[in-house]
Design a protein around this ligand. Structure first.
Ligand code: FES
Length: 77
């Protein structure tokens, strides 16, 4: 689904930027895309999508951290 119709930016693109680049703030997204720079109607929806993407990003990072901690602990045993 297109979030920003003016610039053809989809929800998939926003989620990808959030998950892969850690961009969870609209200001960060605006540095790499023109989102919201024309009519601005997309900004509210984009913020909502980014807020929903945060927990998944945090879960992914916490899973990686947990795996590292477990492997480090195993090295000391
Ligand atoms: S819909 Fe994004 S700037 Fe118009």
């Amino acid at each position: 689904m297109y979030v920003c119709v003016c610039h053809g930016i989809s929800d998939k693109t926003l989620r990808k930027l959030a998950h892969e680049q850690g961009m969870t703030d609209i200001k960060e997204i605006r540095k790499v895309t023109p989102l919201g720079s024309q009519c601005g109607k997309c900004v509210r929806t984009a913020k909502k999508i980014l807020q929903e993407a945060v927990p998944r990003t945090m879960l992914k990072h916490s899973a990686n951290l947990r795996a590292k901690l477990i492997s480090n602990k195993a090295a000391y045993l």
